[in-house]
Design a protein around this ligand. Structure first.
Ligand code: 5AD
Length: 356
């Protein structure tokens, strides 16, 4: 390996080095990347794997993203919104099974009003005593401010791809409201949230070059959390039917490329919290989570959504864990963590608490 591509030689990885690794095919060279990512994870965030209990609180959505199975145009999908009571039960369950954080995620649903969400945040944070992460789409600043005041700690908003043209194609703006997730992420930081983002890997029309740009954007945004998963084609969506490809330069939606992105994300943002995502577990049910955890990731997000809603939060087909009860899910996940010689994290597990 020439010295310019060595991982040790550079304090921050250049575009050229990132691209080199994204193109690397030699398994023995890749072993170096995996090892380095795992060592960096251990040195910066340790062996604890924090559990974030995921509640998918609504599958209503005003957006028409070309890749997403709960987009507004999906007719025939039964829509649901969890009640305040169901959210409270979910939060108590999260505490019981050992999660330090509740993640409330939904489509961009204005039926989830500012006050309804604020109340749920106050309950989870104040009454149950868990950290709160929100992932509710591109909401107006007033909402984000109110939820922060109510006690929300973190916000997740994936920018999906840093290729502006591709992004606009797969994620159309709402009329009169240009979608700029980079601006939104900066706004979240200004409001005092820990900010999380991430990308899908293998979107039709996505190049390896643009994945290298995504990694640079993780640095530039100084992200606290980074979620990376494969793009999973859903035949019920326009993009899922598309055969668009860039040929040689097309980023494949392969497990290996997702793992390279996770490993490189760890190297460029050593102290960030990185989940082994459900999409990765969906692609490789046997060992997706383990591979994520040993190649840079330090977070798992067990799905605690009530059974009757799980199947309906169908952002992509055959989501892993859709058929399991919460206790079974969490016990399975804890067993995996221990089998890797890691420990189950205690406390909120925010980026701040892992900073030296
Ligand atoms: N394949 C993979 N990930 C998807 N998401 C949405 N649709 C898909 C899909 N078809 C991801 C997006 C979104 C997150 C909540 O789920 O990255 O931000």
């Amino acid at each position: 390996m020439s010295v310019i591509f060595s991982l040790e030689a550079e304090p921050s990885l250049s575009r050229e080095t990132l691209l080199h690794w994204l193109r690397e095919k030699d398994p023995s060279a890749l072993e170096t990347l995996w090892r380095h990512a795992d060592e960096t994870r251990k040195a910066h965030v340790g062996d604890e794997v924090h559990l974030r209990g995921l509640l998918e609180i609504s599958n209503h959505c005003v957006r028409s993203c070309g890749y997403c199975g709960i987009a507004a145009y999906r007719e025939g999908l039964t829509r649901y919104r969890m009640t305040a009571e169901e959210i409270r039960d979910g939060a108590r369950l999260a505490a019981e099974v050992g999660c330090g954080t509740v993640v409330m995620q939904s489509g961009e649903d204005y039926g989830l009003t500012r006050e309804f969400v604020a109340e749920a945040v106050r309950f989870v944070k104040g009454d149950v005593g868990l950290a709160v992460t929100l992932s509710l789409g591109e909401r107006p600043e007033g909402d984000l401010e109110a939820w922060r005041e109510a006690g929300a700690d973190r916000y997740l908003l994936r920018f999906e791809t840093s290729d502006a043209e591709l992004y606009e194609r797969i994620h159309p703006s709402l009329p009169g409201r240009h979608s700029d997730r980079f601006a939104q992420l900066r706004q979240l930081r200004r409001l005092g949230y820990e900010a999380g983002s991430g990308v899908m890997v293998g979107i039709p029309g996505q190049s390896l070059e643009s994945l290298a740009e995504d990694l640079l954007a993780f640095c530039e945004l100084d992200l606290d959390m980074i979620g990376i998963g494969p793009y999973i084609a859903d035949p019920a969506t326009p993009l899922g039917k598309s055969l668009a490809s860039l040929g040689e330069e097309q980023a494949p939606a392969s497990e290996e490329l997702v793992l390279k992105m996770v490993a490189l994300a760890r190297l460029v943002r050593p102290d960030a919290n990185l989940p082994a995502t459900t999409a990765l577990a969906t692609m490789d049910r046997a060992q997706g989570r383990e591979l994520g955890l040993t190649r840079g990731a330090n977070i798992l997000m067990p799905n605690l959504t009530p059974a009757k809603y799980r199947r309906l939060y169908a952002i992509y087909p055959d989501k892993a864990g859709a058929d399991q009860g919460p206790t079974q899910t969490v016990e399975g996940i804890k067993a995996k963590i221990l089998a890797l010689g890691r420990t189950v994290g205690h406390g909120p597990g925010g980026r701040a608490s892992t900073r030296s």
